[in-house]
Design a protein around this ligand. Structure first.
Ligand code: HEC
Length: 158
């Protein structure tokens, strides 16, 4: 009888140990999976929605910014040749193409903001051809708004 008791104690202990072992394996796995999800930074995933390469996109944006600054200087000094030149350079850039993605892969609103940038840069080119300073200033202001609108929505605030 004494022997049987010892036997059952051992059986129960084995069952408890085995289930404890399995449970801990299961918990470790859960934690690992959880960590796996967190390793992909949420920010990167968001960035991938917009472009293949953040570095390339930013580099292009810097060129856009330089043309835009040069255009502002040209307008300030009423240098019509420079105005035409930078207006054309701006018109030929495209935030959408900078993304390296196809239209269908991008958020609809981003595509719309890109379209309004194109529309407005064309208006600046036309104003530069008309050589009417007042009209040019108005169209240039509106162009700045298209930059701002897109940045408000898609550029992260530092
Ligand atoms: C359709 C959208 C869109 C339009 C239009 C647009 N931008 Fe941008 N721009 C962006 C996004 C998105 C970023 C943020 C990129 C990042 O840092 O991930 C950006 C970033 C920038 C930067 C910072 C680049 C860097 O080095 O981080 C500058 C400067 C800039 N834009 C200038 C302009 C100017 C000037 C215009 C208008 C003439 C303009 N952008 C129009 C989307 C746009």
């Amino acid at each position: 009888m004494e022997n049987m008791k010892g036997f059952w104690v051992i059986v129960v202990m084995i069952i408890v140990l085995v289930s404890f072992f399995m449970l801990s394996r299961y918990l470790v796995k859960r934690v690992e999976m959880g960590e796996g999800d967190m390793v992909l930074p949420v920010l990167d995933e968001e960035e991938n929605v917009l472009y293949e390469s953040a570095a390339k996109f930013r580099m292009h944006m810097k060129f856009l910014d330089e043309y835009d600054d040069a255009l502002a200087v040209a307008i300030e000094s009423q240098n019509w040749d420079a105005i035409s030149k930078y207006a054309m350079l701006l018109k030929n850039t495209s935030p959408l193409i900078f993304t390296g993605k196809r239209k269908v892969e991008l958020p609809k609103e981003f595509v719309l903001l890109d379209t309004s940038f194109h529309f407005q840069s064309l208006a600046v080119v036309e104003a530069s051809e008309s050589r009417e300073m007042v009209r040019l200033n108005i169209e240039y202001e509106k162009l700045q708004q298209t930059c701002d609108e897109c940045h408000e929505k898609y550029k992260k605030k530092e």
